[in-house]
Design a protein around this ligand. Structure first.
Ligand SMILES: Cc1cc2nc3c(=O)[nH]c(=O)nc-3n(C[C@H](O)[C@H](O)[C@H](O)COP(=O)(O)OP(=O)(O)OC[C@H]3O[C@@H](n4cnc5c(N)ncnc54)[C@H](O)[C@@H]3O)c2cc1C
Length: 437
């Protein structure tokens, strides 16, 4: 049996792993870029690998923990306590614990209590249809109050969803709060974040090695141009202008790519999928001689500053790992038409530095050793209201064609853990068909 997996990101590599774990099959992975990893991909900084986009994981990431344990990579996983902050109105505030919330001066005392209580109240809610029918804005105003929304939640939603901050269904924020509150009450009072020795590439590379050990092949620089469908049955793919036949095909890149490459999919299946839009990510990585602060993660709630988060990676993982260099990510999600995507790298850099001086007035440009900019067109799905009614299933209406991508993790937040879940579940959904063949 031959199976093609399209996409060499976490979902594609996990899909290959679970296929080979459960069935005897020849698995070929097709990845359009020159390396595996997708959004969790890495670049080389000196002799060390580091993610293009800041990454950490949580203790409640159960699919990741399960996979790490199966691959006996537990010793590579580190758990680290970090400092979180919140910048607004010219000042940075620690923002990690209930005490930090109580000390958060931009809100009145009563609004601080309301904000603190809102997470607890929301975390006790059970899933219900209303969560799909109202926006996160309406939901958060109801529980955290107008001030709590304006001064805390609205900037946070803007950081994650850019201009779409007020269009996201409430179920997304509900699910996120439930996960975070549970992870704190289960474990210690302080939240710890996880990272892997050698970056998350350690996991990706192990998955790729496992696939090859079991006879699989990883084809890099191989963009799948078409999924071949004849009379409602998937026959294979066209890649590098060559047709390759497969018994099954699993598609893992973003939904928009599916619409592009699966031209013979039935229109009544494709039409609702076009509703899901994706925001782009533009992440600036500065390599510095000196640290900016003690915060690992500083949320930047200021509409004039063009980035929503400053992630000082070397306040998480010691700078010695990177030859003594300080690494700072500037996070930004953008609409595809954003002016920032039209700027040259130099313009972006200068603009970012100008605004960095608002947060750190003493910042001196001569501490910058390097500045890199990474962009991805399909970084963050923007789900419409009531999305669960149109969310695509793993099994598509085309026989022998399956889909497992970031559009299907809803209402969970996109992440490594849930891309592993996609891989595991798509293989479970294939099992009946494969075993009966
Ligand atoms: C800025 C940022 C920060 C993040 N931080 C975290 C974090 O802290 N923790 C966390 O857990 N997650 C984080 N994530 C999310 C995480 O990286 C993703 O959820 C996960 O990597 C998605 O994996 P995937 O395989 O589902 O999709 P992708 O990574 O998008 O993989 C799809 C792959 O398909 C390939 N492809 C596309 N079209 C084709 C084609 N036609 N033919 C062949 N190949 C194709 C792409 O090149 C890509 O490699 C972050 C993401 C971003 C953007």
């Amino acid at each position: 049996m031959k199976i093609a997996v399209i996409g060499g990101g976490v979902a594609g590599l996990s899909t290959a792993y679970y296929i080979q774990k459960n069935f005897s099959a020849q698995v070929d992975i097709y990845e359009k870029s020159s390396d595996i990893g997708g959004l969790a991909g890495v670049f080389k900084l000196g002799n060390t690998l580091i993610e293009k986009y800041y990454h950490h994981v949580f203790t409640h990431d159960k699919y990741l923990m399960e996979l790490i344990s199966e691959l006996e990579l537990e010793d590579s996983l580190m758990w680290i306590k970090t400092k979180m902050g919140y910048y607004c109105k010219g000042k940075s505030y620690p923002f990690a614990t209930p005490i930090d919330i109580m000390m958060f001066k931009p809100l009145s005392f009563m609004d601080r209590i309301k904000l603190g209580m809102s997470s607890l109240i929301i975390s006790r809610h059970k899933y219900n249809d209303e969560l799909e029918n109202i926006t996160a804005e309406q939901y958060l105003i109801k529980y955290a109050g107008k001030e709590g929304w304006d001064k805390f939640w609205k900037p946070m939603m803007k950081i994650k969803f850019g201009e779409n901050f007020n269009k996201i269904p409430a179920v997304w924020i509900w699910e996120r709060i439930v996960q975070r509150v549970r992870s704190r009450t289960k474990g210690a009072k302080d939240e710890v974040l996880g990272y892997m020795q050698g970056s998350f590439y350690t996991l990706l590379k192990r998955l790729a090695d496992e696939a090859e050990k079991k006879g699989g092949k990883i084809h890099l620089n191989s963009e799948v141009q078409e999924i071949i469908v004849e009379n409602g049955v998937c026959r294979g793919i066209r890649v590098n202008n060559e047709v390759k036949n497969y018994d099954y095909v699993v598609f893992t890149p973003a939904l928009q790519h599916f619409v592009d490459v699966c031209k013979n999919a039935p229109e009544d299946y494709i039409a609702p999928l076009r509703v899901v839009k994706y925001d782009c990510s533009m992440i600036v990585v500065m390599v510095l001689k000196e640290k900016l602060s003690d915060f690992y993660w500083l949320n930047v709630a200021d509409d004039e500053i063009p980035y929503g988060g400053l992630i000082e990676h070397t306040n998480f993982i010691p700078k010695e790992v990177y030859g003594g260099k300080v690494i700072v990510y500037f996070s930004k999600y953008l609409n595809v038409n954003s002016e920032y995507l039209k700027m040259s790298d130099e313009e972006v850099k200068n603009n970012y530095i100008k605004h960095l001086r608002k947060i750190y007035p003493d910042f001196k440009e001569d501490i910058i050793e390097d500045c890199l900019i990474f962009k991805d067109r399909y970084a963050q799905p923007i789900w419409p209201m009531n999305y669960s009614k149109i969310k695509p299933k793993y099994k598509t209406p085309i026989k022998n064609l399956y889909m497992a991508n970031t559009s299907q993790i809803y209402p969970n937040d996109r992440g490594i853990n849930f891309s592993i879940k996609l891989g595991k579940e798509v293989v479970e959904s294939m099992a009946g068909e494969i075993l009966n063949k």
